[in-house]
Design a protein around this ligand. Structure first.
Ligand code: NAD
Ligand code: KPL
Length: 303
């Protein structure tokens, strides 16, 4: 069964090239004829790993290609994912599987609701990749992928294919807890790194503010039934800051490069969930407002 990859950007290319190099059938779905022509002229996707570049001539097609889709890896940004799937919706087999690689929360639930017959697997990834060029991706950080299905606890029977392809994957019976924990970490670290325009380590100068945010995020997770994700949040935030002290957060990099952020699926989702639960979280809302103002001043979308 073919793996269709929707979103041949950083993570999508990292998955596609590893699957293809293990001899598994992979097909890329590219946005439009210009991108397909550009891809064909380049001769494939390049993956740079440990300083070595390799070219992978993976078959590519347009969203309106005639073949059916059984397994779709959705590797677009959270704000593009649903619209991208809609473009291939008529090709989805009724019981197809969709792996949703998006950071944050909100996009996965919207997709699962809109395509209820598909099996939606939510993925939380700590692997790192970036695009050196349009079709050239650098594997920048080893990590882990947790996969899970909030609607059904049994793992799919193809996890071994990922192992064969060298893609680290662990089945999680509580993927929402993992995604909420990551969301909380990102909400504590990323917006402040943008507002103070600093590397993660420099946030340790703002311990009081970090502590107050972690307290509100802990309250939110607990009120939302995510008690495991709430446990020890502040110590983990401090540990992650320490471990990534000389890095700029992904949101900081997006803003610096003038790219849209995924704020709507991080702080936006946290604030909307708090409102839905009638929780008063003034620090979190104030941070959301400050970040939105900052994005607006920089000419970037506020959601
Ligand atoms: P990216 O911007 O590098 O890639 C997204 C790709 O989707 C782009 O190539 C874009 O052209 C394509 N796309 C958008 N709409 C499309 C459409 N309608 N049809 C076809 N293609 C379409 O993004 P990324 O860094 O790979 O991130 C993807 C998701 O993974 C994000 O939610 C991100 O937060 C998450 N993530 C990324 C990393 C990382 O290291 N890059 C790590 C963990 C999680
Ligand atoms: O995931 C991150 C990011 O930069 O997006 C970390 C390093 C955890 C900071 O929130």
């Amino acid at each position: 069964m073919s793996w269709h990859i929707l979103g041949a950007g950083s993570l999508g290319s990292l998955w596609a090239t590893r699957l293809a190099r293990a001899g598994l059938p992979v097909r890329l779905i590219l946005r439009n004829p210009q991108r397909l022509a550009q891809y064909q002229a380049a001769g494939g996707l390049s993956l740079v790993e440990n300083g070595q570049s390799s070219l992978h001539a993976i078959p590519a097609e347009l969203p309106d290609a005639p073949n059916a889709i059984h397994r779709l890896l959705v590797a677009c940004k959270a704000y593009d994912a649903e619209a991208a799937i809609a473009q291939v919706a008529t090709r989805l087999e009724p019981r197809c599987e969709m792996l949703l690689l998006q950071n944050g929360l909100g996009s996965q639930q919207a997709i699962a609701e809109r395509w209820p017959r598909a099996r939606c697997l939510f993925v939380s990834s700590t692997e790192g990749a970036y695009r050196e060029d349009d079709l050239r991706v650098v594997f920048a950080g080893r990590g882990q992928n947790w996969l899970g299905d909030p609607a059904a606890p049994a793992p799919p029977d193809w996890l071994g294919e990922l192992a064969r392809a060298g893609i680290p994957a662990t089945w999680s019976t509580d993927i929402l807890a993992r995604l909420w924990r990551k969301l909380a970490l990102n909400c504590a670290i990323n917006p402040l790194s943008v507002l103070y325009d600093c590397r993660n380590g420099e946030l340790l100068r703002h311990r009081e503010e970090l502590g107050a945010l972690c307290a509100e995020l802990t309250e939110l997770l607990a009120a939302n039934g995510q008690t495991d994700a709430a446990t020890g949040l502040e110590s983990e935030v401090l540990r992650v800051i320490e471990a990534t002290r000389s890095n700029y957060s992904s949101m900081h990099q997006d803003v610096r490069l003038g790219r849209r952020t995924e704020i709507g699926y991080l702080l936006g989702h946290a604030c909307a969930t708090a409102d839905g639960l009638d929780l008063r979280l003034p620090r979190l809302h104030a941070l959301h407002r400050r970040l939105r103002d900052h994005l607006q001043r920089n000419g970037l979308p506020m959601d």
